[in-house]
Design a protein around this ligand. Structure first.
Ligand code: CTP
Length: 445
């Protein structure tokens, strides 16, 4: 049975949203009414409101010519808040106090010129706007008109699906029109605890058999991989198991497999990631991306040539590409070395590891079965092998050493000494420099 939101929407918004958002939503309905525009809450926010899940990503659809931009202007005039309009796209964003935002879009219909291509967009009514969406549970709308405030529009059976926790597309071409929906569906299964219907699973298999993922642009595919590999803990391993069974991994690259060894390392890696974040080790590595550690684990068994091909296909930035194609052969050697050597100096751990992406080091930590190696890798990841000498370039200059590449060499040696506890004070460091770099000192005089 449909919930009676016509009575309770206002109260629920006030109870569940920060005040600037709770106030803006009915105010947008009123402003729309004045302009003769129909205004609706749509998308994931409506789904999550009905599921009683917290969601502050508010999407509003506005029916009427240039509806979103006109409504945003009117709202800005009334409420004296900042708006950004994008007339070319028929969208606008409201920037509310407290760093909150609301996205507005003029209702539209979409057609796909070819599978996996970007859609052609034309103005359309609210029913057409809901029909272009991915799943029935995302095709619900709530009216914001004063006379119908909270009334639910459910032309495609989203609410019964929501109650049965069922995921279903709106028409049979949906997955081939937009194969990113395959990834979205599998993520929703894990995140919401929903299940794809058997006939939708069949549709996915059919779409995959037509090799539709291959048609997705590298950028879009990368975005889906990034979102998918950002799922936490057991949800990630369940997702990857399902992606493997359904043939989604093979659709990305035929060599990609979630075999038992990859699954074992991925499970370990989730614990390592948890440890890394909980202990604050992640703070030592600005730019660390958990999903990248998962990607490194997933691609660990791809032959080098295939990995390069895969990285080029995703066409990421040079920085990301370097992380995907990291020096795996050296990584393996270092791991094996750490597995054999029980007592190893901190400075050596640092010099063995610092050239690898931190995501790869966490992967090595998850991969190793040896406690000694695990300890060394965790020491590095926890920042226990980092040290900054007390001495700087300025001090070396004062000692009379001619500036040049030798500075870097000296400072690295001083860092190692400090790391290993052989020096503690600046005096000791300077003395060490005098003793070991005498010839350089003399050069100057
Ligand atoms: N949408 C779609 N097809 C896509 C992406 C999005 O139809 N490939 C629609 C869905 O109706 C979705 C809405 O656009 O509800 C907003 O997209 P997004 O914010 O990405 O998803 P949400 O459903 O809000 O889910 P999330 O909880 O992940 O934010």
């Amino acid at each position: 049975m449909k919930p009676d939101l016509e009575k309770s929407l206002g109260r629920r918004l006030e109870r569940e949203l920060p005040p600037p958002l709770a106030r803006a939503i009915p105010a947008l309905g009123r402003a729309g009414e004045k302009l003769g525009l129909r205004v609706f809450l749509v998308g994931g926010f409506v789904r999550d409101l009905l599921l009683r899940r917290k969601n502050l990503d508010i999407d509003i659809a506005v029916e009427g010519r240039e509806g979103a931009v006109r409504l945003a202007r009117e709202f800005s005039r009334r409420e004296k808040i900042l708006v950004q309009g994008y007339p070319r796209f028929g969208t606008a964003t409201l920037h509310l106090p407290g760093n909150h935002r609301i996205d507005l879009a003029t209702t539209r219909k979409e057609t796909y010129p070819a599978p996996a291509a970007l859609p052609r967009v034309r103005p359309g009514n609210i029913h057409e706007d809901l029909y272009r969406r991915d799943f029935t549970v995302n095709s619900l709308a709530l009216c914001l008109h004063l006379s119908e405030f909270g009334k639910m529009l459910d032309p495609y059976g989203g609410f019964p699906d929501l109650e049965r926790r069922r995921l279903r597309v709106l028409h049979p071409r949906s997955f081939s029109d937009d194969p990113t929906r395959i990834f979205r569906a599998l993520r929703f299964e894990q995140r919401l605890g929903f299940r794809l219907t058997p006939d939708n699973l069949l549709l996915i298999r059919k779409t995959l058999a037509e090799n539709t993922i291959a048609r997705l642009s590298g950028t879009r595919l990368l975005a889906e991989i990034r979102f998918s590999l950002s799922l936490p803990g057991t949800a990630l391993t369940a997702l990857l198991t399902r992606m493997d069974k359904l043939g989604v991994l093979a659709g990305i690259d035929p060599a990609l497999k979630f075999d038992p060894e990859t699954a074992r390392v991925t499970r370990h890696l989730q614990k390592s990631l948890h440890w890394f974040m909980e202990t604050g080790g992640i703070g030592n590595f600005p730019g660390f991306e958990p999903w990248m550690a998962n990607l490194i684990a997933l691609t660990a068994n791809l032959p080098d040539k295939k990995l390069e091909h895969f990285a080029l296909r995703l066409a990421p930035s040079a920085k990301l590409r370097k992380k995907i194609i990291w020096d795996r052969a050296r990584g393996k050697m270092v791991r094996e070395r750490l597995e054999i050597d029980a007592r190893i100096e901190k400075s050596l751990i640092f010099s063995l590891l610092h050239q690898f992406p931190p995501e790869a080091i966490l992967f090595l930590e998850a991969q190793t079965g040896k406690e000694t190696a695990r300890q060394a890798l965790r020491l590095f990841l926890g920042g226990g092998t980092f040290a900054k000498p007390e001495t700087g370039g300025h001090d070396l200059k004062q000692l009379g050493i001619t500036p040049g590449p030798v500075y870097q060499e000296i400072l690295a040696r001083l860092r190692d000494l400090k790391m290993n506890g052989e020096t503690r004070t600046k005096k000791q460091e300077l003395e060490w420099v005098r003793n070991h770099y005498g010839p350089h000192l003399r050069n100057r005089h």
